[in-house]
Design a protein around this ligand. Structure first.
Ligand code: ATP
Ligand code: LTN
Length: 356
């Protein structure tokens, strides 16, 4: 179930003549190419939804390399990680025939609209973004780039360029989607209706997957110990080991209770999402059995999931020409939409059209 949002997406796209069949709602999302492997939180909190939404929505997904350079990146690693992210998205089930998959820097309109949005954002407003506060605190405020500060505004441009109705993300991104809504409304009221006001698409159950060693924090690539982080491209043996040594509690009852039993509850969420069995069914299945049994079975479920995922990812990486041409086609499709929105926004703010 998507979290209920009080305000439906408001579609301010120019209307057709009414004879065309109703278009599917549009979704857009992005993932950073900053870690080699996706982790289980990225997959369950975001990518899994992306795959499902291809069938019901007009879906645009991108690897956000412009966002990645808001913190220092090694150029060769960035290039490799961008292709690796795309390969993992394809391995996870994105189908270029059913969605538009592209790399953010291939579509120059992102940076162009971001500038306009920068000029519409209050300095104080941008200063309240918690992801910036967290990330800049980690690096030391003096070393944080201006790009990191305006990161959320680039994200706003990403979303508005495609007139997206919904944005599938994890809970940590909610504030950025709120900013997107605010800026879309501000632009529309100041310059006339231009942008669709999007809403977040956040699945409650998987909005936050927790660290296996410290279930009070979200699973993250920047966790203090790699033992609590499941990277999808890890050796399956390593993954099984991490699941088996997940922190639970001194009690032995397998019951979902996020407050009192965060470790077990997290394992139940993961188990349930990967197998389709409900949490209630799992509680029943493991009634009277210890945590060992649950962990052994979940380790097997995880191994069965990551093994083909790794193989498929490698197949895409082994053929970079095909991968790059898939991405080029995606960028072409994305650009045709983005260019139209940018032209309309430029016109609204009063720029003289460039002669061709
Ligand atoms: P990390 O915390 O490891 O740095 P991230 O948030 O930087 O991860 P992104 O590439 O920015 O990783 O995020 C990709 C998607 O994964 C986002 O939609 C984010 O909300 C989601 N996500 C990240 N971690 C989790 C988690 N632990 N549980 C659920 N969703 C998550
Ligand atoms: N900030 C997001 C990544 C991201 C994104 C987007 C998500 C960049 N642009 C547009 C949704 C829509 C993150 O850190 N996960």
């Amino acid at each position: 179930m998507a979290s209920s949002d009080p305000t439906p997406a408001a579609d301010h796209r120019p209307q057709g003549d009414g004879s065309a069949p109703p278009a599917r709602p549009r979704v857009l999302s992005g993932i950073q190419p900053t870690a080699g492997s996706f982790h289980l939180g990225n997959y369950l909190g975001a990518v899994r939804q992306w795959v499902a939404l291809q069938d019901t929505h007009d879906a645009f997904y991108m690897v956000v390399d412009l966002h990645a350079i808001t913190v220092p990146q090694d150029p060769a690693e960035l290039r490799a990680n961008t292709r690796l992210a795309a390969a993992q998205l394809l391995a996870a089930g994105l189908d270029p025939e059913r969605c538009t998959l592209f790399v953010q820097s291939h579509v120059p309109e992102h940076a162009q609209l971001a500038w306009v949005m920068n000029c519409l954002t209050g300095f104080g407003e941008a200063s309240r973004m918690t992801q910036f506060k967290d990330k800049s605190a980690k690096q030391g405020a003096d070393r944080a780039s201006v790009g990191l500060f305006t990161y959320p505004i680039l994200q706003v441009a990403d979303i508005l360029l495609y007139q997206a109705h919904e944005v599938p993300v994890g809970e940590d991104q909610r504030q950025h989607i709120e900013l997107t809504r605010d800026l879309a409304e501000r632009f529309n009221s100041r310059f006339g209706r231009t942008f669709t006001v999007p809403r977040p698409h956040i699945l409650k159950e998987v909005a936050k997957i927790y660290d296996l060693q410290d279930p009070s924090i979200k699973m993250s690539k920047s966790a203090s110990t790699p033992k609590g982080l499941i990277n999808l491209l890890d050796e399956p043996r390593t993954t099984a080991k991490k699941v088996k040594s997940a922190v639970t509690d001194t009690d032995t009852v397998i019951r979902y209770d996020a407050e009192a039993k965060p470790g077990v509850s997290n394992l139940l969420t993961v188990y349930s999402t990967l197998t389709g069995a409900s949490v209630a069914e799992l509680e029943q299945k493991y009634e009277g059995k210890g945590y060992g049994a649950l962990k052994t079975d979940l380790a097997e479920v995880m191994v069965d999931f990551v093994t083909p995922f790794r193989t498929r990812t490698q197949q895409y990486l082994d053929d970079p020409e095909t991968l790059d041409s898939l991405l080029a086609k995606g960028a072409e499709k994305a650009r045709s939409v983005a260019a139209e929105t940018l032209a309309s926004a430029y016109d609204k703010v009063g720029f003289v059209p460039a002669k061709h």
